[in-house]
Design a protein around this ligand. Structure first.
Ligand SMILES: Nc1ncnc2c1ncn2[C@@H]1O[C@H](COP(=O)(O)OP(=O)(O)OP(=O)(O)O)[C@@H](O)[C@H]1O
Ligand SMILES: [Mg+2]
Length: 295
């Protein structure tokens, strides 16, 4: 955090509760060591992660764009500013999801700036896979129940999940649920698709009226293009249909244009794009390059 007068620091902390970019560069400056560009696409990406009016966000970005760093940071912001009750982080398996949610716990305990600003949020349910932070209580009144964080993998139950017997998942992230290996099998592709549609999309509350301590539910699906029949591509096809759940809330973020010019030179230079392209060309894998980097 920059040096400043106490009221400037308070103003910065307040802004960080609504501005994900500022939050990331203030509280996770070690991970976000490259200034995040202010272009329209990046702004839309950030809005898709945090805007409570958007219930379904779909993001297909190239490999290493920063997808996971950003969703994990958005989860951290939700926890610290009490913006969600029950967060699910879904990946290929529970074993691939758990290291991410464990890293969040470490951040809450060891990031000095976070601890000094927000205090110790560790509850007695900290050692389990599904852990939660302490409630926020003022004058004996519970204002927020604490946030439960749940790692999940394909095939695990999500539908019917209730935190504290009251709260349905309200911030669900589906991050890279397929790999180049699993997309080769039609059975596994169908399994991932059925799980997403049956379990994940079915886990939210559909009530129009929210309870006093509830938040509007939000689902964010992010991933790479791995196969023409992968979940991300099936969702892209759905998103193109009129009246789809995703509406305009989907974003495709390739590494480069058709002339191999970098679309984010702050991160990857034109020369680097050409080197990556050449590497795939030499391996006879230009199809993989087109899928993963040109989306
Ligand atoms: N401003 C920034 N925004 C996002 N990432 C940044 C930024 N500055 C630096 N980085 C770094 O870029 C890397 C992005 O990696 P990350 O795993 O988040 O990407 P990803 O898109 O999820 O990759 P993959 O396609 O492999 O899943 C991280 O090491 C992160 O610290
Ligand atoms: Mg990732």
């Amino acid at each position: 955090m920059t040096q400043g007068q106490p009221n400037e620091i308070d103003a910065l902390i307040t802004r960080c509760g609504t501005d994900l970019r500022e939050f990331a560069h203030t509280f996770r400056a070690d991970a976000f060591y490259i200034p995040t560009p202010q272009d329209e696409e990046t702004n839309k990406f950030l809005d898709l992660l945090v805007n409570p009016a958007i219930a379904h966000s779909l993001i297909n970005a190239h490999r290493d764009w920063g997808k996971t760093s950003w969703v994990v940071t958005a989860i951290l912001q939700r926890i610290l500013y009490r913006l969600a009750n029950c967060i699910m982080y879904c990946s290929l398996t529970e074993d691939t999801a758990t290291p991410r949610t464990d890293a969040l716990k470490r951040e809450l305990e060891r990031n000095r700036l976070i601890v000094d600003t927000f205090g110790n949020l560790r509850s007695e349910k900290w050692a389990q896979k599904e852990w939660c932070t302490i409630p926020m209580v003022e004058d004996g009144v519970e204002l927020h129940p604490g946030t439960q964080v749940v790692p999940r993998g394909i095939g695990q139950p999500v539908r019917g999940w209730l935190y504290d017997n009251k709260y349905r998942p309200d911030y669900v992230v589906v991050d890279d649920i397929q790999t180049r290996k699993t997309v080769k099998s039609k059975t596994l592709r169908d399994e991932a698709w059925d799980w997403l549609n049956g379990e994940v999309l079915g886990c939210f509350s559909h009530r129009d009226k929210l309870g006093p301590k509830e938040f509007p539910p939000k689902l964010i699906v992010i991933g790479n293009m791995l196969h023409e029949d992968c979940v991300v591509n099936r969702l892209r096809e759905e998103a193109e249909k009129p009246g789809s759940l995703w509406g305009d809330n989907y974003l495709i973020l390739p590494l480069c244009d058709d002339s191999l010019r970098s679309r984010r030179p702050e991160f990857v230079s034109d020369q680097k794009v050409k080197r990556i392209y050449q590497h795939y060309k030499n391996m006879g894998e230009l199809n993989t390059f087109a899928q993963e980097y040109q989306c």
